[in-house]
Design a protein around this ligand. Structure first.
Ligand code: BJ8
Length: 433
């Protein structure tokens, strides 16, 4: 069954974009391109769950409806904070009545703009994000009150200094090890983050407000966990592309509505499993993807895998399980205890910026087993040294366990698609036998 959508369009809001100081003429073209890519990548899929209609709608309103909601929040003096990393504790922003939006760029479009300023040989995510701002072609970037960056990698850390000239940009220091003294440092950073948000809103965050925000985000992460566990069923009731889209949307949609819609989708997937309905042919080879985050609209690898006889059943990534595998313990008696529990949860994030980072290898092996995958494709964005180098240890761990493993490095340009497809097809054939 194909979705009943004849021509998909990302809706146009030129007046709103003008009021945000955007380059409207250029953005109009980008909007049309995004609509066409979405149509060919997503709406040609067979047998999609009906509850994906909500997520289609979100994409159609990605540059309008959600922006209008964010602008309403601003009118009410609620802070709108842009982020680039799952280390930024969104619970604190929500507790202040604010809106947290992920600004990671996943598109090649503004990369040449960034390359006029930044070195070419840095991560495409950093270039895309910075390019979106300097070219004024992202309504989210234009709408945020300020940015919270972090010190996870050199490319990001130094780009924040330049970004600060365009939009107020604050930086959290993320420790690179996980000793007790590093946890103490991180706890101090969390407290500073809370204090900065309170200073900006001129209002102290109460125990009750933070407790409520923690439950909202725990519920959001739980819904994503539920979706992931349904994908682990063999055959999977939903494609990897659709699941990735939902994970991407989780970074800018309103969290309570998003949670409700993911749970409605999961109810439908439960029914599909009961009725033996799968998203793709049962012969599809189950592949787990692991590595760097894939920000919207980076659907390149999933698209290649799922048009080469595979199905993606898990993303071990920050736009994936690393974002939602851990919840915050909700049992606290006072603010200090609550901040400590928040800190402990965030210190479980196994980003490759940490050394050593053996927890990530254990987590990958666990997710591989849980997801009934038959092979692991490690994906690293070009010039991301930490993920690229960590792939060596992951390959060793996979080799020891006889797990088929393929490591690829790519950027956002379409130039390597043919070559990647050849490698992915060969990998799928290898996994099949
Ligand atoms: S916690 S993965 S979201 S830093 S891919 S910009 S690291 S050069 S994205 Fe990340 Fe936070 Fe870690 Fe997650 Fe740099 Fe690498 Fe680019 Fe990266």
């Amino acid at each position: 069954m194909k979705m009943e959508i004849k021509h998909f369009e990302v809706k146009s809001y030129p007046e709103m974009w003008k009021s945000l100081g955007m380059d409207v003429g250029r953005f109009e073209k980008m909007r049309c391109v995004l609509g066409d890519i979405y149509q060919t990548t997503y709406l040609t899929q067979e047998n999609r769950p009906e509850a994906m209609d909500y997520f289609n709608w979100i994409v159609s309103e990605i540059h309008g409806g959600r922006i209008a909601e964010i602008l309403d929040a601003k009118k009410q003096k609620r802070p709108v904070v842009g982020t680039f990393c799952v280390f930024i504790p969104e619970e604190i922003v929500i507790a202040a009545g604010g809106v947290c939006v992920g600004l990671c760029g996943g598109s090649q479009g503004p990369v040449p703009d960034a390359e006029k300023v930044l070195p070419r040989n840095i991560c495409p995510m950093v270039k895309s994000s910075y390019g979106f701002k300097i070219a004024k072609v992202c309504p989210y970037f234009q709408a945020v009150d300020f940015i919270y960056g972090e010190t996870t990698c050199d490319a990001k850390k130094k780009t924040w200094e330049l970004l600060d000239k365009e939009v107020p940009t604050y930086v959290m220091e993320i420790p690179q090890m996980k000793r007790m003294r590093d946890r103490t440092l991180w706890m101090e950073e969390v407290k500073d983050f809370k204090a900065k948000i309170e200073e900006i809103t001129a209002k102290e965050i109460s125990f009750d407000a933070l407790f409520k925000a923690i439950t909202i985000i725990n519920e959001k992460r739980s819904a994503l966990q539920r979706l992931t566990s349904l994908r682990y069923h063999n055959p999977s009731p939903i494609s990897g592309k659709d699941a990735l889209l939902i994970e991407q949307i989780s970074f800018f949609d309103e969290p309570v509505r998003f949670t409700q819609k993911v749970n409605e989708l999961c109810d439908e997937l439960d029914g599909r499993i009961r009725n033996g309905i799968s998203a793709m042919p049962e012969s599809s080879v189950r592949i787990m993807v692991s590595g760097t985050p894939m920000a919207m609209p980076n659907w390149k690898i999933h698209n290649i895998i799922e048009s080469s006889g595979g199905i993606v059943v898990n993303e071990e990534s920050c736009i994936g399980t690393r974002y939602f595998k851990d919840l915050i313990d909700e049992n606290s008696n006072n603010m200090d205890e609550m901040l400590l529990k928040l800190t402990e949860r965030y210190m479980k994030i196994d980003c490759s910026c940490f050394t050593p980072n053996n927890d990530r290898i254990e987590q990958i092996l666990k997710e591989y087993g849980d997801s009934n995958a038959k092979g692991i494709l490690h994906y690293s964005l070009q010039f991301c040294h930490t993920y690229n180098i960590e792939a060596v240890k992951i390959k060793d761990a996979c080799d020891k366990q006889g797990i088929p493993f393929l490591s690829i490095e790519s950027d956002y340009s379409p130039e390597d698609i043919g070559q990647l497809r050849t490698r992915v097809e060969a990998f799928i054939e290898q996994v099949k036998v």
